[in-house]
Design a protein around this ligand. Structure first.
Ligand SMILES: [Zn+2]
Length: 194
């Protein structure tokens, strides 16, 4: 059993990216985040940085994971870069460890495999929510940009709850892959203490 914090990007007054049809990144991030937490919960304890359409400061997001001494923190976002951009990319922080890279790769691989998205790979960025100094020392973190909301075809596809469930399942599977490898290596006893 592991403690996983799911961080749906944006919220409240911050819509995030806005698609050509006018849908918001914050809406899909929350929906996919809730689905991901729901899938993870029977085997683990999954918490969320927000459960509704509220604004949460960037630094408060890793703070939640730190307070809970989370094993894993996954921030969920949708990308924007013109009408033809497509694909998935997952971010790790430049100061992160090889373990964070392993988490990012596991999530990236699963999302690409499940959705058939263009594999844009694991990248590095100095995003606040995955900054190691803001996290508990044993929390591994990554930020997944699932797809491009600026792409009209992708925005339409995101309107389908089955597709959003598929994405959530893939993110959960990525986390499970990461944790399973941990167990195999006998790395950490991730049983939570009260
Ligand atoms: Zn975002």
């Amino acid at each position: 059993m592991a403690l996983i914090v799911i961080d749906p990007g944006h919220g409240g007054s911050d819509p995030g990216k806005v698609g050509p049809a006018g849908t918001f990144e914050k809406t899909y991030a929350l929906d996919v985040g809730k689905r991901t937490a729901g899938i993870l919960n029977p085997d683990h304890r999954a918490e969320m940085t927000r459960r509704d359409d509220t604004f949460v400061e960037l630094a408060d997001r890793p703070a939640t994971a730190k307070r809970l001494k989370a094993d894993v923190f996954v921030s969920i976002h949708f990308n924007s870069n013109g009408p033809s951009a497509q694909g998935t990319e997952t971010y790790k922080h430049p100061d992160s460890t090889s373990e964070d890279t392993r988490l990012a790769e596991a999530v990236q691989d699963r999302v690409v495999a499940a959705t058939g998205h263009n594999d844009r790979g694991v990248k590095e960025a100095n995003f606040v929510v995955i900054r190691p100094t803001l996290h508990y020392v044993d929390t591994r973190s990554c930020l997944v940009e699932v797809s491009f909301l600026s792409n009209a075809a992708e925005e339409t596809r995101l309107g389908d709850p089955d597709y959003r469930q598929e994405i959530a399942q893939a993110i959960a599977d990525g986390v499970e892959d990461f944790l399973a490898e941990d167990r195999k290596a006998g790395r950490a006893d991730r049983t939570r203490k009260p």
